[in-house]
Design a protein around this ligand. Structure first.
Ligand code: HSE
Length: 427
């Protein structure tokens, strides 16, 4: 016998239309296989008259959130509004009204996970968010369920397709950042206001969710160190390639006991590492667990149908659940089990500088590094001397972030001017 579930949409943009189409085209299959049929009763939009590529009946549109959030017929609320507000208020109200929420909104979710989960538990409603991180890739479900038997100590994610597209183009064609960004905007691969993507914030929201699940302790958005790709330079990408590295915007989470480091920044990875070959707008998550060992997930992190794939799977999971499950976090149950944020991580560094081409320069540079116990692994002088200066590229051994920053600050600008510093992962 088919179970009928009435749902409401908050928003109906690209992803909302994808979910509509997927339910329309795949609904019979879901009913046949799982005995479930979803009926979309109301769709909250700003402008019902706007042209859409799905045939939503006009009477389903509403501009009043109460028609979705307070209608007792609606059991599941699916949210595509994005951003913190008003999405967070709507989600909270839906959960308090006992409605199960399925959201693709990493911002509202990452910032208010505690409150949303508390409201869900109190009313017995479900809270599902597979689509909030890496679109179609089932990384949330994997961390929540399939990888429970693991102590996960490392996650490396390429979790933002826009920046991966830009860095891939810069790496393949040596094109400058501004030109590639403009092209990505023209193709609809970057937003007209690209800040959240290119400044690394989108990746940081996603990393806080992944790290919290993997480490069983809440890692907040504020805990994540964030640096975007706006200063990335084609010359560094080329120098890195010559040294056997590929540049990626990596979302990195590591733990050692209760010490946790979470950071998003441009990172050189070895060009033979599987992450180096994740091209264009693809996403990937590479992790290590003590039992599963290394594992990599690869797939589409955005787009209408890929994101709808995660949402409709969540709908099915929620509708089939006898009892909704919620992740537990050690630092919530027992505040004494506090995770310690390690802001002084260790990694090798790539440093490019313009140095005076005269005797003693190398030893002055080396002294700044040595004074901070930063050991140099390799030095290269690149190209010809111009205006009395040459390009020097230094790769260090594993060094402390803080020591490296002190060493850089100590460089005498007359001797060597820092052009760029990029962290390296040797995994
Ligand atoms: N803007 C994101 C990206 C997709 O470029 O990956 C949604 O999270």
């Amino acid at each position: 016998m088919t179970k009928h579930i009435t749902i409401g949409f908050l928003g109906c943009g690209n992803v909302g239309s994808g979910v509509w189409r997927l339910l329309e085209g795949f609904g019979d299959d879901i009913e046949h296989r799982a005995g479930l049929r979803f009926h979309i009763k109301k769709v909250l939009v700003r402008d019902p008259s706007k042209q859409r590529d799905v045939a939503v009946p006009p009477e389903a549109f509403t501009t009043d959130p109460a028609d979705v959030l307070d209608d007792p017929d609606i059991e599941f609320v699916v949210e595509f509004l994005g951003g913190e507000q008003p999405a967070y208020d709507y989600l909270l109200r839906a959960l308090k009204n006992g409605k199960t929420v399925i959201t693709a909104n990493k911002v509202a979710f990452a910032l208010h996970w505690h409150e949303l989960q508390r409201a869900a538990k109190a009313s017995g409603a479900g809270l599902y968010y597979e689509a909030a991180v890496c679109g179609a890739i089932p990384i949330i479900h994997s961390l929540e369920e399939s990888l429970q038997a693991n102590y996960i100590d490392k996650i490396y994610g390429i979790v933002n397709g826009t920046t991966n597209y830009i860095l891939t183009r810069m790496s393949k064609n040596g094109e400058p950042y501004a030109k590639v960004l403009e092209e990505a905007q023209r193709l609809g691969l970057a937003e007209p206001d690209p800040a959240a993507d290119v400044e690394g914030l989108d990746a940081a929201y996603k990393l806080s969710i992944l790290a919290s699940l993997a480490f069983h302790g809440r890692v907040t958005f504020e805990d994540v160190y964030v640096e975007g790709i706006t200063h990335v330079n084609a010359e560094d990408i080329r120098c890195g390639q010559e040294l056997g590295y590929t540049l990626k915007l990596l979302a990195i989470a590591k733990r050692d006991g209760l010490r946790v480091e979470t950071r998003v920044h441009p990172t050189f990875v070895r060009s033979d590492h599987p992450l180096a070959n994740v091209s264009g707008s693809f996403n990937a998550v590479y992790l290590h667990g003590h039992a599963c060992k290394e594992m990599m997930f690869l797939g589409r992190g955005a787009g209408d149908l890929p994101t709808a794939s995660a949402i409709v799977s969540d709908l099915e999971r929620a509708a089939s659940a006898c009892q909704h499950q919620y992740p537990t976090f050690q630092n919530e149950i027992n505040p004494k089990v506090a995770l310690q944020q390690n802001k002084d991580w260790q990694c090798p560094f790539y440093i490019r500088m313009l140095a005076a081409d005269e005797p003693g320069v190398l030893s002055s540079v080396a002294k700044c590094f040595a004074d901070e116990n930063v050991s140099i692994a390799a030095v290269q002088q690149k190209g010809e001397c111009q205006d009395g200066r040459v390009t020097l590229v230094v790769i260090t051994h594993q060094a402390s972030e803080k020591a490296m920053q002190r060493a850089i600050a100590a460089l005498d600008r007359h001797v060597a001017k820092l052009e760029s510093i990029i962290r390296v992962e040797q995994e």
